[in-house]
Unconditional design. Sequence first.
Length: 550
Amino acid sequence: MECPKEPLGSQCSLSEMDDFDLTRALDKPRLKIERKRSFDERSMSELSTGYSRHDLDMAHSPGSRSFVDTPLSYVRNSFEPHPMVAEAWEALRRSMVFFRGQPVGTIAAYDHASEEVLNYDQVFVRDFVPSALAFLMNGEPDIVKNFLLKTLQLQGWEKRVDRFKLGEGVMPASFKVLHDPVRKTDTIAADFGESAIGRVAPVDSGFWWIILLRAYTKSTGDLTLSETPECQRGIRLILSLCLSEGFDTFPTLLCADGCSMVDRRMGVYGYPIEIQALFFMALRSALSMLKHDEEGREFIEKIVKRLHALSFHMRNYFWLDFQQLNDIYRYKTEEYSHTAVNKFNVMPDSIPDWVFDFMPLRGGYFVGNVSPARMDFRWFSLGNCVAILSSLATPDQSMAIMDLLEHRWEELIGEMPLKICYPCIESHEWRIVTGCDPKNTRWSYHNGGSWPVLLWMLTAACIKTGRPQIARRAIDLIESRLHRDCWPEYYDGKLGRYVGKQARKFQTWSIAGYLVAKMMLEDPSHIGMISLEEDKQMKPVIKRSASWTC
Ligand code: GLC
């Protein structure tokens, strides 16, 4: 197996991250010798049980592939791959976008039957992530590198909404390549929120960019990209947007509605779990890539402090299980001073009825949002899966999330993986919360719709927690319909049985998500690209059961 090349001029590398000690990071550069551990070795140490040693030995070797059109999975396995795999690769390749002859991304949807293209013909940063992982897993890193560099260039643009200038580090939500057939030139138009419906800047784009840069580095062993001054600066600019000091009393990141995958008003403003989990993962990924030079060190110090506070806050205040629910149910309100148990003054009367029935005795999850007197008890899949992958969730919490998924299979997975959130909101609440959004009616789209793209995150979480059988069940469901239905963007209904009312067909991330899930199950060492091991130095969760009496 090939070892990563020795980088020049940096004192910290990705391969050190699994046993990265936050407290030591502040004062001592790590020994270079440790870097010689191969990436594959690290990937495997990140895996839990559920696979035999033989499975793990089939590790991915960076840069060892020379087939361009044949998926690696065809070559490796003696058994016949599912016919959908070849179709998916073909569809994924059809969605590729070129800039001056170089592949730079994939469009959101290749749906010619749809009357309205809107912005689905653009390369979305978040949508490209599963495509990028599929290409990396298939030994085709060039498109990912080009994408990372192109979006880095776009970050440098001046961004304005009317007369207001946005922060320097903001990454685009999407970009479009414009081909001029007469002049034979290509130009790019990017959207940082100034054209987006609702005019919200994508908070998740910068985080996904950092996470993808780490995935690229880890998969290829090529440290030279992340170590360029341009990439180092790009990371710092993204971080400076979210590590600056202000009026915050919480380490979580305050956001507007619509700033992430749920890009319309859905009552996720405040401190949405999706953003907090991505923030945590991006901080840890950045920590593994930032150089310990003068500028880097300043950020490393800030990251380390923030990670401590963020993990404490999330693991304590966002975590909900049977006991915690019972504690909140019995909360006193209007407590003043440091001794308050109900720190955010959550009113027990605001606990929705459904959650009492939904909560199993074994299992738990990170709730959607926590802010003063407001707890959003909804389950959000992306945030919970990323919490597992980034090890924001402790091992116990990760297991509890998987227990909940198994226990509430019908509600969370139903007939089509995976509910974006649960449950939906309806009637008066829908009117107030969404502003009467006709696309987000009950059990549709962002409001309790089922999104096949989430399959890859579920699969990665299953592998990490040693429960691949859950992923297999979910993949079987996808294989029974997704191709037949022409790869829709989302499904509607309580069980996710109906192709979404306004769902695009040939939605690229539905296609790529399926491929990534398949490739990870075949070769679980791939998960190292997108998973971070637990940091042993972070304080364990403190049990708050002060109001729990037997
Ligand atoms: C929808 C989704 C958003 C996605 C975009 C392009 O607006 O809500 O998350 O990035 O479509 O597929």
